[in-house]
Design a protein around this ligand. Structure first.
Ligand SMILES: Cc1cc2nc3c(=O)[nH]c(=O)nc-3n(C[C@H](O)[C@H](O)[C@H](O)COP(=O)(O)OP(=O)(O)OC[C@H]3O[C@@H](n4cnc5c(N)ncnc54)[C@H](O)[C@@H]3O)c2cc1C
Length: 418
């Protein structure tokens, strides 16, 4: 009689898009998978996101000359950036690294690394939604990227030239062409670009819920608990410890806890500078406007036409993980949207805040631990975690399964700031 060895146990900490997509790819390997998460999958960051498969977002946030723009942004109540003064002492170390990542050479290297992840991202989404039967949630209507004037468009000329070099498709549009696509837009939108391959989800929460259901049906166990630490045997981590005394034994563990991940990685010997870059949205159920295209505005906010209304999203607020939301940020976004959509009806709007897990160089961590061969990390996807979820999940499954990753992972190591 042959005896079958029991499947090895894999614990994934976090049921966000990164944890779920990793589990999705790891189903092809022989693991007994448990996902331990403080929040249910349909209440994680991607659910409140702008829903974009943001294929043209290949630039890190830090760039040459940013230091000069920041004071102006901080003083403008409608500006894209805010920092709570009380958080400044904690933020300083991250900020120094962030500004250091903005040299021309480092921006070029980070852009190429991000572009390597971005290139297959759209196809990875197509594969995922086909398998989980969620094609109805995706719209392939492109993105109109809008500017007030030729002058402001020209300020971004370098980035558009780089996009062209990287093979990202787009075409210039004038006012008439913009209005032809989106007649509801007012006089604010003067010119821009249309990016045809950009897609968006009309209900990101339903995507996460569908994916979690698919995983559950495939045998993945979900447990709602917060991991506070790890158990070590012979100086090797063997279990994640829940706050209420539960113990989740593992042969291998993937930390995919979004903006909370660095609290856990530090306990495993890997310190990493990770910040919560808080973003806001307002969901408007009945705007009275018929908008079909995802819209990006030069003031750093976006509009997504979704199944349950129009979502206005954006803002970058540094206030840490625990401070209460400041919904004045959502109101500021609404005010900006009115510049372009003067007839916008905002009755019944609901506001939301979420934590983007942000690294100083805007590159995610897709990595094995420096200390332990059974610990892996998938976090730090900042503004593009929904976009890169399926790609990161695939890469992590290759790393965990000891296959050669499709994309070189050296730029995404946990050790790059040690
Ligand atoms: C306003 C806004 C708009 C955005 N728009 C887009 C967009 O259009 N396109 C795009 O690609 N990206 C977008 N993003 C970014 C994207 O949403 C994130 O990068 C992504 O959702 C992060 O996913 P994650 O799985 O890493 O983390 P999360 O979704 O935050 O999930 C982390 C998980 O870890 C769990 N957790 C945390 N700590 C613990 C612990 N100690 N123990 C157990 N569980 C724990 C949490 O409960 C949660 O389940 C947007 C973000 C914001 C805020």
């Amino acid at each position: 009689m042959t005896s079958v060895a029991p499947a090895k146990k894999l614990v994934i900490i976090g049921s966000g898009i990164i944890g779920l997509c990793s589990a999705f790819h790891l189903l092809r390997q022989d693991w007994e998978i448990t996902i331990v998460s403080s929040d249910p999958a349909d209440d994680t960051t991607a659910c409140g996101s702008a829903g974009a498969i943001a294929i043209a977002q290949v630039f890190p946030a830090s760039e040459p000359g940013l230091g000069l723009k920041v004071p102006r942004w901080l003083l403008d109540p409608l500006g894209p950036l805010s920092i709570r003064p009380g958080h400044m002492p904690k933020l300083m170390g991250w900020l120094v690294k962030f500004l250091a990542a903005g040299t021309s050479a480092r921006v070029e290297a980070s852009t190429r690394a991000l572009a390597s992840l971005m290139a297959p991202a759209r196809n990875h989404h197509f594969e995922l939604i086909k398998e989980i039967n969620a094609q109805h949630l995706l719209r392939q209507n492109g993105n109109l990227w809008l500017y007030h004037s030729e002058r402001s468009r020209n300020k971004d000329a370098k980035q558009w030239a780089m996009r062209k070099q990287l093979g990202i498709k787009f075409s210039a549009v004038n006012k008439e062409q913009i209005l032809e696509r989106e007649p509801a837009l007012g006089p604010g939108a003067h010119c821009g670009y249309f990016i045809p391959d950009w897609c968006h989800y009309i209900d990101p929460q339903a995507l996460l819920a569908n994916l979690a259901d698919y995983l559950r049906n495939a045998g993945v166990t979900f447990v709602q608990d917060t991991v506070g630490g790890f158990e070590f045997v012979d100086e090797r981590p063997v279990a994640a410890l829940g706050e209420n005394g539960s113990k989740f034994k593992f042969d291998a563990c993937l930390v995919a806890a979004g903006a909370h991940s660095a609290r856990l990685s530090a306990q495993l010997g890997d310190s990493f500078p990770l910040e919560s870059e808080r973003g806001y949205n307002t969901m408007l159920p009945s705007t009275g406007l018929d908008i079909k295209t995802y819209l990006t505005f030069e003031e750093h906010f976006v509009l997504t036409p979704m199944a349950r209304g129009l979502r206005i999203g954006g803002a970058a607020e540094f206030a840490g993980l625990d401070a209460p939301p400041n919904y004045a940020r959502s109101k500021a976004l609404l005010k900006l949207a009115r510049r372009y959509l003067p007839d916008l009806n905002d009755e019944g709007g609901t506001q939301w805040m979420g934590h983007r897990p942000s690294t100083p160089d805007s590159l995610p961590v897709i990595s094995r631990s420096t200390e332990f061969s059974n610990i892996y990390y998938g976090f730090g996807h900042g503004h593009i975690g929904l976009t890169l979820g399926p790609t990161t999940g695939r890469l992590l499954s290759q790393l965990i399964g000891e296959d050669t990753p499709d994309i070189p992972l050296s730029p995404f190591g946990i050790d790059r700031y040690s």
